[in-house]
Write a protein that binds this ligand. Structure first.
Ligand code: GLU
Length: 285
Protein backbone atom coordinates (compact mmCIF):
# COMPACT_ATOMS: atom_id res chain seq x y z
CA UNK A 1 0.00 0.00 0.00
CA UNK A 2 1.26 3.49 -0.84
CA UNK A 3 2.22 5.44 2.26
CA UNK A 4 2.57 9.21 1.96
CA UNK A 5 2.47 11.28 5.10
CA UNK A 6 3.45 14.76 6.23
CA UNK A 7 4.46 16.88 9.18
CA UNK A 8 2.87 20.32 8.91
CA UNK A 9 4.10 22.74 11.58
CA UNK A 10 3.16 26.41 11.69
CA UNK A 11 6.25 28.67 11.87
CA UNK A 12 4.89 30.68 14.79
CA UNK A 13 7.35 29.64 17.49
CA UNK A 14 10.04 27.11 18.38
CA UNK A 15 9.43 23.41 17.83
CA UNK A 16 9.18 21.62 21.17
CA UNK A 17 9.23 17.99 22.29
CA UNK A 18 5.62 17.51 21.15
CA UNK A 19 6.56 18.50 17.61
CA UNK A 20 9.59 16.22 17.74
CA UNK A 21 7.31 13.34 18.72
CA UNK A 22 4.89 14.10 15.90
CA UNK A 23 7.56 14.54 13.22
CA UNK A 24 9.54 11.45 14.28
CA UNK A 25 6.41 9.30 14.55
CA UNK A 26 5.24 10.27 11.06
CA UNK A 27 8.74 9.86 9.62
CA UNK A 28 9.34 6.47 11.32
CA UNK A 29 5.97 5.12 10.19
CA UNK A 30 6.59 6.23 6.60
CA UNK A 31 10.08 4.70 6.56
CA UNK A 32 8.80 1.44 8.05
CA UNK A 33 6.36 1.19 5.15
CA UNK A 34 8.83 2.26 2.46
CA UNK A 35 6.79 5.43 2.11
CA UNK A 36 7.33 9.17 1.76
CA UNK A 37 7.51 11.83 4.47
CA UNK A 38 6.77 15.43 3.47
CA UNK A 39 7.49 18.57 5.42
CA UNK A 40 4.82 21.19 4.80
CA UNK A 41 4.84 24.70 6.20
CA UNK A 42 1.41 25.69 7.54
CA UNK A 43 1.94 29.42 7.29
CA UNK A 44 -1.57 30.42 6.21
CA UNK A 45 -1.69 32.76 9.20
CA UNK A 46 0.79 35.32 7.95
CA UNK A 47 0.20 37.61 10.92
CA UNK A 48 1.87 35.04 13.19
CA UNK A 49 4.30 33.24 10.86
CA UNK A 50 7.95 34.31 10.76
CA UNK A 51 10.75 33.28 8.33
CA UNK A 52 13.11 32.89 11.29
CA UNK A 53 10.85 30.23 12.83
CA UNK A 54 10.65 28.46 9.50
CA UNK A 55 14.45 28.39 9.25
CA UNK A 56 14.61 27.00 12.78
CA UNK A 57 12.12 24.24 11.83
CA UNK A 58 14.36 23.08 8.95
CA UNK A 59 17.38 23.20 11.20
CA UNK A 60 15.81 21.29 14.10
CA UNK A 61 14.30 18.60 11.89
CA UNK A 62 17.53 18.03 9.96
CA UNK A 63 19.36 17.80 13.26
CA UNK A 64 16.86 15.16 14.39
CA UNK A 65 17.86 13.17 11.31
CA UNK A 66 14.77 13.74 9.16
CA UNK A 67 14.80 14.24 5.41
CA UNK A 68 12.01 15.10 2.99
CA UNK A 69 11.54 15.79 -0.71
CA UNK A 70 12.17 19.33 -1.96
CA UNK A 71 10.68 21.71 -2.86
CA UNK A 72 8.34 21.79 0.09
CA UNK A 73 4.84 23.14 0.00
CA UNK A 74 4.08 26.43 1.76
CA UNK A 75 0.48 27.45 2.38
CA UNK A 76 1.24 31.14 1.93
CA UNK A 77 1.98 30.42 -1.75
CA UNK A 78 -1.31 28.63 -2.39
CA UNK A 79 -4.05 31.13 -1.69
CA UNK A 80 -5.47 31.03 -5.25
CA UNK A 81 -5.86 27.27 -4.92
CA UNK A 82 -7.82 27.65 -1.65
CA UNK A 83 -9.99 30.44 -3.11
CA UNK A 84 -10.86 28.12 -6.02
CA UNK A 85 -12.18 25.51 -3.57
CA UNK A 86 -14.05 28.20 -1.64
CA UNK A 87 -15.62 29.44 -4.79
CA UNK A 88 -16.92 25.94 -5.55
CA UNK A 89 -18.53 25.78 -2.11
CA UNK A 90 -19.91 29.29 -2.64
CA UNK A 91 -21.48 28.21 -5.95
CA UNK A 92 -23.01 25.22 -4.17
CA UNK A 93 -24.72 27.76 -1.87
CA UNK A 94 -22.90 26.45 1.21
CA UNK A 95 -21.01 29.58 2.31
CA UNK A 96 -22.15 32.89 3.70
CA UNK A 97 -20.31 36.04 4.78
CA UNK A 98 -20.05 36.67 8.49
CA UNK A 99 -19.23 39.97 10.16
CA UNK A 100 -19.42 38.80 13.79
CA UNK A 101 -16.54 39.53 16.11
CA UNK A 102 -15.45 37.08 18.81
CA UNK A 103 -17.19 39.34 21.34
CA UNK A 104 -20.46 39.18 19.35
CA UNK A 105 -20.30 35.39 19.35
CA UNK A 106 -19.50 35.24 23.06
CA UNK A 107 -22.44 37.52 23.83
CA UNK A 108 -24.88 35.53 21.68
CA UNK A 109 -23.59 32.20 22.99
CA UNK A 110 -23.97 33.28 26.61
CA UNK A 111 -27.74 32.90 26.25
CA UNK A 112 -27.85 29.48 24.59
CA UNK A 113 -31.03 27.74 23.64
CA UNK A 114 -31.93 24.65 25.59
CA UNK A 115 -30.10 21.59 24.29
CA UNK A 116 -27.55 23.68 22.36
CA UNK A 117 -23.86 22.78 22.63
CA UNK A 118 -21.60 25.64 23.64
CA UNK A 119 -18.21 24.38 22.49
CA UNK A 120 -17.12 22.47 19.41
CA UNK A 121 -13.73 21.63 17.87
CA UNK A 122 -13.34 25.29 16.90
CA UNK A 123 -14.27 26.87 20.21
CA UNK A 124 -17.64 28.48 20.75
CA UNK A 125 -20.27 27.12 18.40
CA UNK A 126 -21.49 29.86 16.10
CA UNK A 127 -25.05 30.86 17.06
CA UNK A 128 -25.99 31.58 13.43
CA UNK A 129 -26.37 35.35 13.67
CA UNK A 130 -25.29 36.05 10.04
CA UNK A 131 -26.73 32.86 8.50
CA UNK A 132 -29.11 33.93 5.71
CA UNK A 133 -32.51 32.29 5.20
CA UNK A 134 -31.56 31.46 1.61
CA UNK A 135 -28.03 31.01 0.22
CA UNK A 136 -26.45 34.27 -0.99
CA UNK A 137 -26.14 34.73 -4.74
CA UNK A 138 -23.74 36.80 -6.85
CA UNK A 139 -19.97 36.94 -6.61
CA UNK A 140 -18.18 35.55 -3.56
CA UNK A 141 -16.98 38.48 -1.42
CA UNK A 142 -13.19 38.84 -1.39
CA UNK A 143 -12.75 40.54 1.93
CA UNK A 144 -15.12 39.01 4.44
CA UNK A 145 -15.05 35.95 6.63
CA UNK A 146 -16.98 33.04 5.10
CA UNK A 147 -18.77 30.39 7.13
CA UNK A 148 -19.93 26.96 6.07
CA UNK A 149 -23.66 26.39 6.38
CA UNK A 150 -23.23 23.09 8.24
CA UNK A 151 -26.85 21.93 8.02
CA UNK A 152 -26.89 22.70 4.29
CA UNK A 153 -23.57 20.90 3.81
CA UNK A 154 -24.78 17.77 5.61
CA UNK A 155 -27.99 17.77 3.59
CA UNK A 156 -25.84 17.47 0.43
CA UNK A 157 -24.27 14.19 1.54
CA UNK A 158 -25.89 10.77 1.36
CA UNK A 159 -24.61 9.95 4.87
CA UNK A 160 -22.76 11.72 7.68
CA UNK A 161 -19.01 11.76 6.99
CA UNK A 162 -16.83 9.09 8.56
CA UNK A 163 -13.15 8.19 8.67
CA UNK A 164 -10.87 5.39 9.79
CA UNK A 165 -8.79 6.10 12.88
CA UNK A 166 -5.73 3.87 13.11
CA UNK A 167 -4.39 5.56 16.24
CA UNK A 168 -6.42 6.75 19.19
CA UNK A 169 -8.63 9.77 19.81
CA UNK A 170 -8.46 11.54 23.18
CA UNK A 171 -11.14 9.22 24.60
CA UNK A 172 -9.73 6.04 23.11
CA UNK A 173 -11.67 6.33 19.84
CA UNK A 174 -10.42 4.05 17.06
CA UNK A 175 -11.65 2.22 13.97
CA UNK A 176 -14.50 3.68 11.96
CA UNK A 177 -15.52 7.06 13.40
CA UNK A 178 -18.87 8.47 12.27
CA UNK A 179 -19.83 12.02 13.12
CA UNK A 180 -23.31 12.66 14.37
CA UNK A 181 -25.20 15.93 14.67
CA UNK A 182 -22.44 18.11 13.31
CA UNK A 183 -24.84 21.01 12.87
CA UNK A 184 -25.29 20.98 16.65
CA UNK A 185 -21.89 19.80 17.87
CA UNK A 186 -19.64 21.63 15.39
CA UNK A 187 -21.79 24.34 13.80
CA UNK A 188 -21.00 26.77 11.00
CA UNK A 189 -17.20 26.82 10.97
CA UNK A 190 -15.16 29.61 9.37
CA UNK A 191 -13.56 28.52 6.08
CA UNK A 192 -12.14 31.92 5.12
CA UNK A 193 -10.98 34.50 7.58
CA UNK A 194 -11.10 38.12 6.52
CA UNK A 195 -7.40 38.63 7.17
CA UNK A 196 -6.28 35.20 5.98
CA UNK A 197 -8.23 34.30 2.83
CA UNK A 198 -8.61 30.65 3.90
CA UNK A 199 -8.86 28.88 7.23
CA UNK A 200 -6.73 26.04 8.55
CA UNK A 201 -9.54 23.52 7.96
CA UNK A 202 -9.90 24.39 4.30
CA UNK A 203 -6.20 24.67 3.49
CA UNK A 204 -5.20 21.44 5.25
CA UNK A 205 -7.79 19.46 3.29
CA UNK A 206 -6.71 20.89 -0.08
CA UNK A 207 -3.02 20.40 0.74
CA UNK A 208 -3.49 16.79 1.81
CA UNK A 209 -5.37 16.05 -1.41
CA UNK A 210 -2.85 17.85 -3.66
CA UNK A 211 0.06 16.04 -2.00
CA UNK A 212 -1.79 12.71 -2.27
CA UNK A 213 -1.39 12.13 1.44
CA UNK A 214 -2.54 8.61 2.30
CA UNK A 215 -1.88 8.75 6.06
CA UNK A 216 -2.45 11.82 8.22
CA UNK A 217 -0.39 11.37 11.38
CA UNK A 218 -0.78 14.11 13.99
CA UNK A 219 -1.59 14.86 17.63
CA UNK A 220 -4.82 13.96 19.39
CA UNK A 221 -5.61 17.67 19.73
CA UNK A 222 -6.73 17.56 16.09
CA UNK A 223 -8.92 14.46 16.42
CA UNK A 224 -12.16 16.45 16.82
CA UNK A 225 -11.34 18.67 13.85
CA UNK A 226 -11.04 15.62 11.61
CA UNK A 227 -14.81 15.40 11.12
CA UNK A 228 -14.68 18.88 9.56
CA UNK A 229 -11.85 17.80 7.27
CA UNK A 230 -13.61 14.67 6.04
CA UNK A 231 -16.85 16.59 5.51
CA UNK A 232 -14.94 19.05 3.29
CA UNK A 233 -13.38 16.14 1.39
CA UNK A 234 -16.83 14.76 0.67
CA UNK A 235 -18.20 18.12 -0.44
CA UNK A 236 -15.23 18.75 -2.75
CA UNK A 237 -14.95 15.18 -4.03
CA UNK A 238 -11.47 14.64 -2.58
CA UNK A 239 -9.99 11.29 -1.50
CA UNK A 240 -10.02 10.24 2.14
CA UNK A 241 -6.67 9.48 3.82
CA UNK A 242 -6.41 7.23 6.86
CA UNK A 243 -6.03 9.13 10.13
CA UNK A 244 -3.65 8.29 12.93
CA UNK A 245 -3.83 10.55 15.98
CA UNK A 246 -1.09 10.07 18.52
CA UNK A 247 -0.68 10.84 22.20
CA UNK A 248 0.40 14.31 23.25
CA UNK A 249 3.60 15.14 25.10
CA UNK A 250 2.76 16.80 28.40
CA UNK A 251 4.72 18.62 31.07
CA UNK A 252 5.03 17.28 34.62
CA UNK A 253 1.71 18.91 35.58
CA UNK A 254 -0.05 17.08 32.74
CA UNK A 255 -0.47 20.17 30.58
CA UNK A 256 0.06 19.83 26.84
CA UNK A 257 3.22 21.55 25.64
CA UNK A 258 2.64 24.79 23.77
CA UNK A 259 4.79 26.96 21.52
CA UNK A 260 5.55 29.28 24.40
CA UNK A 261 7.16 26.41 26.34
CA UNK A 262 10.60 27.60 25.38
CA UNK A 263 12.10 25.48 28.14
CA UNK A 264 11.13 22.39 26.14
CA UNK A 265 12.15 23.78 22.77
CA UNK A 266 14.32 21.40 20.77
CA UNK A 267 16.74 24.31 20.26
CA UNK A 268 17.13 24.67 24.04
CA UNK A 269 18.00 21.00 24.47
CA UNK A 270 20.43 21.24 21.54
CA UNK A 271 22.13 24.26 23.10
CA UNK A 272 22.49 22.29 26.32
CA UNK A 273 24.29 19.49 24.49
CA UNK A 274 21.51 16.90 24.06
CA UNK A 275 21.76 14.48 21.13
CA UNK A 276 18.91 13.38 18.83
CA UNK A 277 19.00 10.03 20.66
CA UNK A 278 18.44 11.90 23.96
CA UNK A 279 15.37 13.59 22.45
CA UNK A 280 13.97 10.25 21.29
CA UNK A 281 14.52 8.82 24.77
CA UNK A 282 12.78 11.79 26.45
CA UNK A 283 9.65 11.27 24.39
CA UNK A 284 9.64 7.48 24.54
CA UNK A 285 10.57 6.70 20.94
N1 GLU B 1 -0.32 23.14 11.47
C1 GLU B 1 -1.02 22.34 12.44
C2 GLU B 1 -0.39 22.51 13.81
O1 GLU B 1 0.75 22.96 13.90
C3 GLU B 1 -1.04 20.86 12.11
C4 GLU B 1 -1.90 20.56 10.97
C5 GLU B 1 -2.17 19.08 10.73
O2 GLU B 1 -1.32 18.24 11.01
O3 GLU B 1 -3.23 18.81 10.21
O4 GLU B 1 -1.03 22.19 14.78
Amino acid sequence: MTFITRFAPSPTGPLHLGHAFSALTAHDMAMASGGTFHLRIDDIDQSRSRPAWEAQIFDDLHWLGLTWPEPILRQSERLPRYREALSRLWQMGLLYPCACTRADIRAAASAPQEGACLHGPDGLIYPGTCRPATPPTGAMPEDSALRLDMAGALARLPAPPDFTETGLGPNGESGLITSANMARTVGDVVLARRDMGASYHLSVVIDDADQQITHVIRGQDLFEATQIHVLLQDLLGLPRPLYHHHRLIRDETGKRLAKRDDARAIATYRAEGATPADIRRMIGL
